[in-house]
Structure formats: structure tokens, C-alpha cells
Design a protein around this ligand. Sequence first.
Ligand SMILES: [Fe+2]
Ligand SMILES: [Fe+2]
Length: 474
Amino acid sequence: MSVDLNAKIPNNVGLAEDRRLQRALESWQPSFINWWKELGPEGTQNYDVYLRTAVSVEAEGWANFGYVKMPEYRWGIFLAPPVEGRTIPFGEHKGQPVWTDVPGEYRAALRRLIVTQGDTEPASVEQQRLLGLTAPSLYDLRNLFQVNCEEGRHLWAMVYLLHAYFGRDGREEAEMMLQRHSGDIDKPRILGAFNEETPDWLSYFMFTFFTDRDGKFQLSSLAESGFDPLARTCQFMLTEEAHHMFIGTTGVMRVVTRTCEVMNELKTDDPEKIRAAGAIDLPTLQKYLNFHYSVSLDLFGQEISTNAANYYTAGLKARFEESKIDDDHVLKDGSEKVTMFENGVIKEVETNALLAVNERLRDDYVADCQIGVSRWNKTIKRHKINFQLTLPHRGFHRAIGTFGGSSIAPDGAVITKEQWNKQKDKWLPSKGDRDFVISLQRSCIEPGKIASWVAPPGRGIDGHSFDYQYVRFN
Ligand SMILES: [Fe+2]
Ligand SMILES: [Fe+2]
């Protein structure tokens, strides 16, 4: 399918040949722009931002870099090219040709999956809307805006599917995407983590590491879907998503680096002295990690889930890297060990593999998070500091699933509510911790300058140096 970049809505889905769909999407476009102006990055309408824009789905050269005013960003609809003769890779329809239209029996389930994914995209833009006022550097500011624009494009990707394949109720769902708002008491976003605030840049780096990584796993499992338009949409979204997680991995890494530098300069591990020097002590970083990891774990849902089993059997949502797994991809007879919390005890329970599909995805996510944490620890070690960041036990601070509402310490000890309340400020950011981190948030946007609590990046964007004028303020 050829790429039409000059259309009102850039696309490679042949929009010009489908007048009805084109009209429907063009009439949603102004609502989207209004939403962007109202709830997108605050006060940025006239900034020229050095952004990449998706212009093709070719692995080489899929994006253009250049200065753009964000409300004029070319949000387009791009699907990865179809794979000739692709068959459904899992579930009871395994081996049959993929669906190019929505199968009637799975209409409601597919719509639910698309709406749930789609809702997270504008939610994160809303959560991050004030961060531009306190960017630690121009480079970071530009990266924030890049992520925001691309989350906007991901919303477009899901709205396209709703409009193209779900008729009137699809159009209604598309409207609702702009009516629910992060943290709104009456119309909140669908998933908990997307109603939390992102009040500071440490939270933002943790969010892009942990919560955008949930996105990677959700999108990867949808990228194998038997519903081909969804699979192709998600495949291309993953290309952009990689940069979001890069921001998280390197962002936290840079904070860790700065902290270690200050510790070595001052020859201290006293949090008070480190804070006084304008850096964030490692125990506080651990608490932010604990918070963002635990709320992101909740996004994977119930450990034992008939919904997930049904999605899998129907061929709608797979496991992570489904095609690389060596089994029958039907899972009717398989079994899987799941960590459950029953009668006050954490134990391994053997269950049917189909029912454990959610947990399998969560396991893969945990392993992926650990890789990043290990990289941060290497940085700490390189500075000859004796401290390790760790992922807390998966039962820690959970709201959903078997551990929901239980009291589990980061090391996995089952404790009483009383003990939890006494110690929770040691494990999660306290009011004082948050106030301190927020006190460090000051706009530092002179090219080449950087805030006190974070180290500069190793390199800039698109071959430019760190001190490049990534944003021009008008
Ligand atoms: Fe996204
Ligand atoms: Fe993302």
C-alpha cells in the first residue's frame, strides 16, 4: 500500500479510496486537535520542536526529523505491510488465514482490546502535560514532546481501527477516547496506572521505563493477533515505542550516574548531604522504582484469567513473542506455575497454561525490567558504590489480582496491615520524598545546560550534540 503524505491525514491505508471512512476520520480530527491544545503539553503551541515524524513503514528511513509546531504535527495512520499468506499463529483457529475483517463472534472482545489499548495513549499525554515547564534540559524537553506526539499517533492508530472496522459503536468509542481524562473523578481513564500523576521528571523516567514497557508487552502480544489490521498496526507502533523505553532506561541511568558522582565527590552516602547537593539519594530512587513497578504490574490483570484464556483461544491476543515459543500454541493441555496468595500464604500453584496467559506475559515483563535494573546496578558498581537497586516482590503494593490489597513487604514477607502502615514510607515515596524531588524540578532549557540531579546523555538526537537547539521558543 503506498504512502500518502499529502492527505489531510497522512496514511498508508488507502484512505483516499474510502470516502466514508476518510470523512469520518477527518471529522474526528478537529476534536483531536482541540484535545491536544487543551490537554496536551501546556503552553507549547508556538514552539518549534525538533521531532521525528513517521512517514513510512520501511525499516530504513521510516521517519523524518525536522522542526515542527506540535499542533501541526502530521499524525498519520501507518500499518506494517501485510505478510503474504499469513496464518493465525495460535489458538483454536491456528493455521487458518488471518482475518482482514472483524469476525462477528469476536467483535465485542476485539473492540474491548482496542479501546483498552487506545485509552492509554492519550492518558499518558495528559499525565505529562505539565512536565514541559520543569524540563532538566532542552534535550529532555524535546524527548518528552516526541513521546507525547507519538502517543497521540498511537491514539490515531487505534481510532483508525475503531472507525474502519466497528461502525457506529466504533465511532462512539473514538469520541469517548477524548472524553475520558486521566485522573478525572467522573470519567477516568480505564486503567489505574494511567490515572496516577506524573508530577516530576523522576516519575516520568520511571513511567517511561516501567509503564511504557507494559505497552511494549501488550503491543507485542497484539502484534501476533489473528485480526490482521490490529497486528499490523501494533507492529508499527512498537517501532516508536522503543524510543520511549530508551528514554526511561537512559533517564534513570543518568539520574543514578549523577547521584553516584555526587556521592563520590562528597565521599558520603548520607541522603541528607546528597540531597543538599541537589541530587537524589539512591534509597529514594529505590522507592520510586518500587512504586512504578508495582502499579505497572497491575496492568497485566488477574494471574488466573478466563478472559485472557478466551482472547488467546480466539486468536485475538497472544503471548510475548508467541512464534518463538516452542509448544503447540493452543495450550489446552499445557500447565504453568503461577504465584498465588491464598489464605495468607504465597505459594506456587500449578494451573492450566491457558488460564495463565496473563501471568506468562507478566513473567516476561519482569525479566525485561530486570535487564534494565541490572544495567543501572552496573553503573553504581562502576562508581565503586556498594548499593543495589532491586525489583520488589511481585506481591508488593498491588491493587489487582491475587495480591490485591494484601500487605507484602518488598522482600516478599507477608506482614500485617499495621506493619505495612508503619513501614510503607520506607518502601514507597513519602510525602517528604515527593516534596524533595519536586523541589528539584526547575526548568533548565539553555542549550548545553542540565539540572543538578541528572547527568547529561551520552549523545544527542539524530546525530546532533547534547547542546543542540532542540526546541525553539517563540
Ligand atoms: Fe503508545
Ligand atoms: Fe509509549
